[in-house]
Design a protein around this ligand. Structure first.
Ligand SMILES: Cc1cc2nc3c(=O)[nH]c(=O)nc-3n(C[C@H](O)[C@H](O)[C@H](O)COP(=O)(O)OP(=O)(O)OC[C@H]3O[C@@H](n4cnc5c(N)ncnc54)[C@H](O)[C@@H]3O)c2cc1C
Length: 341
């Protein structure tokens, strides 16, 4: 059982940071959803819920200050407070419209709405969980985290570092992107389980960025050289109607675009991918290539996105989400355990 020796609820981030930096064993509580699974005693629990970190607002990217202009979307970025819950952001129309719905697609299969109403965006990113769908979805966007002590850090750098002892994540900043197109896909063995693998692709102002997570290590971006050819071959949204199947969409590519996509898929399956109880490294290599193909085609507008399951049907549909696409492939496909179907 999780126990606290002392509990504090500071009124400001400055007070909270002073405690974190002074008291050995002090620990910040976000939603507490992950922390509560632990069997340990925390010397000083710091509840951030009174620090005013629950806002989703338009900000100026350079300064991070709240935007002052007129209109529905002043400024040029979103500032998302660390204590904003996963579901608050999932149903935020403005945020999802300007990020192409990629966050909503990434969180909709995480357990259930009740849980997503408690777990926070800050706790999800600070935890830098290997299985995180949220980290994978935000990595390809122009995104920075704001730390009370260290200041702003690009998300990719934050995700790659070993540890951030004694700091507090206060906000996540996501910059508006010109002509953003994106796609997210994950494979789960059963509804509400962690992803076996997840992939997100985004075309941001003409350049492609692809993140692969649940490897089972933390999400990483494909190296720039692995996606450079995509930026040349698939620079803009497709004018034709999207195909219904991956094979149909692949067949519509020019030879140059097909080669660029093959190279990106190969690079995804060549990432360090390991085995755990959810899948073998071999199965993940297969998923990495298959899901990368799917999300790039979706983001390019060549493949119709998999329909979002209706809420009542989510338990079954979530299980099949993307996994069906992969598992239904013909013979030669590795099973999760690493054998052959
Ligand atoms: C059963 C279960 C299933 C899940 N399935 C998925 C899934 O499929 N996909 C997925 O992406 N996620 C999944 N998650 C993770 C979940 O989405 C959240 O990421 C997780 O609960 C952490 O959020 P929290 O607000 O509860 O953080 P907490 O549990 O409060 O904190 C997590 C860690 O971050 C620290 N922390 C929290 N907030 C801050 C802050 N602002 N600054 C500094 N440190 C901070 C805490 O000290 C702690 O170390 C699952 C979680 C559970 C419990």
């Amino acid at each position: 059982m999780l126990q606290f020796s002392k509990y504090e609820r500071p009124a400001t981030v400055e007070e909270a940071l002073a405690i974190v930096q002074k008291v050995k064993g002090a620990r910040v509580i976000g939603g507490g959803v992950w922390l509560r699974l632990q069997d340990r005693r925390i010397a000083r629990a710091i509840d951030l819920s009174a620090c005013g970190l629950d806002l989703i607002e338009r900000v100026d990217w350079e300064t991070g200050a709240p935007a002052t202009g007129d209109g529905p979307t002043p400024g040029d970025a979103w500032g998302v407070g660390a204590m904003v819950t996963l579901h608050q952001l999932e149903v935020h129309g403005g945020f999802n419209a300007s990020t192409c719905g990629v966050y909503e697609s990434a969180v909709r299969d995480i357990v259930g709405v009740q849980m997503r109403n408690v777990a926070t965006v800050g706790g999800s990113l600070f935890g830098r969980f290997g299985f995180s769908d949220i980290l994978t979805a935000l990595l390809p966007l122009e995104c920075e985290v704001e730390l009370a002590g260290e200041g702003r850090v690009p998300l990719a750098e934050f995700a790659a570092r070993k540890a951030y002892e004694r700091d507090i994540l206060t906000r996540v900043l996501v910059r508006d992107a010109r002509d953003l197109r994106s796609g997210f896909a994950c494979a789960r063995r059963s509804a509400t389980d962690f992803s076996v693998l997840n992939v997100c692709a985004a075309r941001v102002g003409g350049s492609w960025h692809v993140a692969v997570g649940a490897r089972p290590g933390r999400a990483v971006l494909l190296p720039a050289e692995a996606v450079a050819a995509l930026s040349e071959a698939l620079p803009a949204g497709a004018p034709q109607a999207p195909a219904a199947t991956v094979d149909g969409a692949t067949a519509s590519l020019s030879p140059q675009a097909a080669a660029a996509l093959d190279a990106a898929c190969e690079a995804a399956s060549a990432l360090p991918l390991g085995s755990n109880m959810r899948g073998s490294a071999r199965y993940r290599r297969h998923l990495a290539a298959a899901l990368t193909r799917r999300v790039v085609l979706e983001a390019a507008g060549l493949l119709a996105p998999a329909p979002a399951p209706a809420p009542a049907a989510r338990p079954q549909a979530g299980a099949a989400h993307a996994a069906a696409q992969v598992a239904a492939s013909p013979e030669g496909v590795p099973t999760p355990e690493g054998g052959e179907a």
